[in-house]
Design a protein around this ligand. Sequence first.
Ligand code: PLP
Length: 365
Amino acid sequence: MEKFPGKSLYAVKANPSPDLLRVLWDAGITHYDVASIAEVRLVRAALPQATLCFMHPVKTASAIAEAYTVHGVRVFSLDTIDELEKIVTATTVGGIAATDLYLCVRLRVSSEYSELSLAAKFGVDLVDAAPLLQATRQVADALGICFHVGSQAMTPFAYVQAIERVRAAIVDAAVTVDIIDVGGGFPSIYPGMEPPPLEDYFGAIHRASESLPISYSSELWCEPGRALCAEYNSLVVRVQKRRGDELYINDGAYGALFDAAHVGWRFPVKYLGDDRGLATAEFAFYGPTCDDADYMKGPFDLPSDIAAGDFIEIGMLGAYGAAMKTSFNGFGETVVVEVGDEPMASQYLGNRRDPRVSDNVVSLR
Ligand SMILES: *Cc1c(COP(=O)(O)O)cnc(C)c1O
C-alpha cells in the first residue's frame, strides 16, 4: 500500500492484534482508522504516537469526548446533522468549541463491484449531501469527504464511480474540501477471486481524483483493512472426523472461519503431512460447535485420502478471521505461533502466487 498516491490509514477492525499494529507502525503506517472507544484505547496503548481517526459515523457522545480530550483524536466521520451536533457538543471544553476538528462526511456509494456490501448502513445520499457539507464546513478546521465501496472490490472502476459521486457532491455544495478519503475495499487474493494488481487501483484513483474540483494542497487518504492484513495469518486445524467428502475440523463459523461459513468465502488450504503424491478431491468442512450452520461448503481441495488426525493449514485469514473468533460452545481456544514463511497467496507484486496451487504439502518442522 506504500504505492498509494496519498496517506494510508489502517482500518483496525480487520485485525486489531497489537503485534500486527507494531509491524504496520514499523513499516511506516502512522494513521489508524478506529471505530469504537475500545479500538481508540487499544491503538493508543500500543502506539502512543499514532494519529487516530474515529471513522464510525454513529458514535456515543461519551466516546467522542474521551477520544478528543483523553486520546487526542481530531479526525471524526459523520453522515447526519445530528452526529455533527453531537461531535461539536462533545468536543466543546469549558464552553469553548473546538477549532481543530478534521471532519469527514461519509457519502453513500454503490457496493456493486464488491464481495461484501457496505452500502446499506452508512453514508448520506448525494441528494442530501449539500446542506450537511455546508454545515460541517462551518465548524471544521479541515473538511473531508469519505466513502467505502464495500470490502474486496474486484475492479478499480468501483472507486472511479464513487469519486464521480464525490465530484457531484462538491459541485452541489460549493464548499472547499481538504481531504478526499476513498476508504477501504482494496482486495486480496483468494481462490476464485483474483483481482487486478493494486497498482491498477492506485492509478485509477489518482487519475479520477486529479480531476476533482479541489485545491492542489488537498489530501488523498485511504483506509485499507483487508489489503494490509489478509496475508498475515494462517490457521492450522485438525481433522476430527471424516464423513465422505465432509471433514469435521476444530475451527469454524464461530471461530476464525466466519466468512467461509457465512459468505461462502473460499480460503486456500494445504495438507500438512508427508507428500505421498496423491490425487486431490473436493471437501466441505464442518466446524466444532453443535450448530448445523457451522458449515463451510468450500470446496476445499485436499488429498483424497485425508483422514481424522490429519492437519490442514488454512491461509489468508489475517483479515476478519482472527478478529471475529468467539468461544461459543466452549471452542475457540488457539495457540499463536509466529512463523516467517511466505503467505499462501499474495496480492503484492513480485510475490504473486496462485492460491489454488500445487504444493499442497509442506513438512512440519
Ligand atoms: C471496514 C472498514 C474499512 C476497511 O475495509 P476493508 O474492506 O477491509 O479494506 C475501512 N473504513 C471503514 C469506515 C470501514 O468500516
